[in-house]
Write a protein that binds this ligand. Sequence first.
Ligand code: SAM
Length: 271
Amino acid sequence: MTSLPPLRDVISKYGLSASKALGQNFLFDHQLLARIAKVPGQIDGAEVFEVGPGPGGLTRALLQGGASVTAVERDRRCIPALEELGSFFPGKLKVIEGDALEVDAPALFQGKPHVVANLPYNVGTALLVGWLSAAWEPWWASLTLMFQKEVAERIVAEAGSEHYGRLAVLSQWRSTPKIAMNVHRSAFTPPPKVMSAVVHIVPADAPEGVRLKTLENLTAAAFGQRRKMLRQSLKGVPGAIEAMETLGIDSARRAETVSVAEFVALARTLG
Ligand code: SAM
């Protein structure tokens, strides 16, 4: 088998200059890409759903790790480059041209894939919120997602920290998120303005008797006025003041001090 052409050659062969409009910042460092591909754990023989493969740097690392990859890419220019990559790994790479926000991802898999993506910040956050809000158990085995560092910190934040808010509660009430590694802006071409981090999220059991909608109403109200006392910010949530009393949660506290477990307990009490 002929060896894989260097990624930079692929980019010039297919004219894949990075498009700002598509949020393209490519990764070239083999060692870094191999480390990201290892974040989900053992991927040899596993199915991976890759979103936004671009010229395919991360896709290569995943294929070299033995994964079967289904990749969705919006930029038509990248498709022939990805198809060429697929010819080096027969039967292991399926490329779909499309918008990941519109693709019916669960329908693409028999089992539960690991999701791996280095995406533009806004698309990544929208997908994450959608995946975390869907029916549980999820259709994915784990999520390995590159984010702007500040967003990664919001996902893993604990109560009492400055980044703690709705995204932390949504990410933690039935999953375990961790920052797997920080990635310096200079690792990307072109370099973005901010630092990045790879977040690894593994699903957990959903707490019993808790509706996501109730939890969301609570966190929206509480963090919508995060500097106010709960007795003020939760005024408009029917039953919330009584639920705090029942649970012994001091209504003079502010949202940012309320742990995920306490929000879950409140939501359960509200039903
Ligand atoms: N994964 C590659 C890498 O690590 O070098 C490319 C990363 S680049 C930050 C993001 C990629 O996501 C681009 O190739 C872009 O075209 C693609 N993309 C942007 N929005 C998308 C969407 N809604 N659906 C699918 N792909 C998208």
